[in-house]
Design a protein around this ligand. Structure first.
Ligand SMILES: Cc1ncc(COP(=O)(O)O)c(C=O)c1O
Length: 241
């Protein structure tokens, strides 16, 4: 199962060699293979995209303990998940947690994210950081958003509830639906995924279709509002035979 494609793209822009180690069956983290490779930087997205599965904390701990390089844990979707790997930052000097305000805070346009790590690791990052900082407005807006945890948690809770309902509705339409701890569901429709993606697009409903091995028979469906989810299911009732 693939992961977030930007890791590969960004590494290709550097004098770096990207090594991709696929998940084992049922999204098992390939710990032995990752430890054997012992890369300078190991990236794990949890919850992962586009699968939506989360890697258990115990497995991330095992990985952090065995690696001599840096372990970057991408928690872009953590606000929709059951657990966070944050405790590992206190335990390991080589762990950095990466977060974004694009998902749980619905602030994708702000282009603001941050990392959490021990001072020694952060000092290394500051050495190569651009001398210009993120903009002052983004700092203010981001800080205000993060102060209002109650609002963010309530929004994430709505997404989680809608995710459970959408999962049931899609299963009733004979979709295979994977367990997800993110704000989307990876699904396998009972008919050609690309044709269904195009038919939905024609009706103004955008879902994600990846034309690549392992994913070209699947659709990644983002959890919308109650109304958007209802419109999606209504359209699918007509389209799925
Ligand atoms: C796993 C993962 N990490 C990070 C990001 C980056 O989000 P942004 O660039 O909006 O902060 C995304 C966005 O899709 C993602 O799926």
């Amino acid at each position: 199962m693939p992961t977030y494609v930007l890791y590969r793209t960004l590494s290709e822009m550097q004098p770096a060699r990207a090594i991709e180690i696929p998940y084992e069956a049922d999204f098992q983290l390939p710990i032995a293979a990752l430890l054997k490779e012992n890369a300078a930087l190991t990236c794990i997205a949890t919850p992962n995209s586009p699968s939506g599965h989360a890697v258990p904390l115990a497995e991330l701990r095992q990985l952090a303990a065995g690696l001599t390089g840096v372990l970057a844990i991408d928690e872009a979707y953590v606000d929709f998940a059951d657990e966070t790997a944050l405790p590992l930052v206190a335990e390991f000097e080589n762990v950095i947690i990466i977060r974004t305000l694009s998902k749980g805070y619905s602030l994708a346009g702000l282009r603001l994210g941050f990392g959490i790590a021990q001072p020694k690791l952060l000092a290394g990052l500051f050495k190569v950081k651009d001398s210009y900082n993120i903009d002052a407005i983004a700092c203010q807006v981001g800080a205000a958003a993060m102060r209002d945890q109650a609002y963010k948690t309530a929004c994430a809770q709505q997404v989680k509830e809608a995710r459970s309902q959408l999962r049931i509705d899609l299963k009733n339409l004979n979709f295979r639906v994977w367990d997800s701890q993110a704000n989307f569901l990876l699904t396998q429709p009972p008919q050609n995924a690309e044709a269904l993606y195009l038919a939905l697009k024609e009706r103004g409903i955008l879902v994600r279709y990846f034309k690549q091995p392992g994913l070209d028979d699947k659709l990644r469906i983002t959890i919308g509002t109650e109304e958007q989810n209802r419109l999606l299911i209504e359209a699918l009732v007509h389209l799925v035979r």
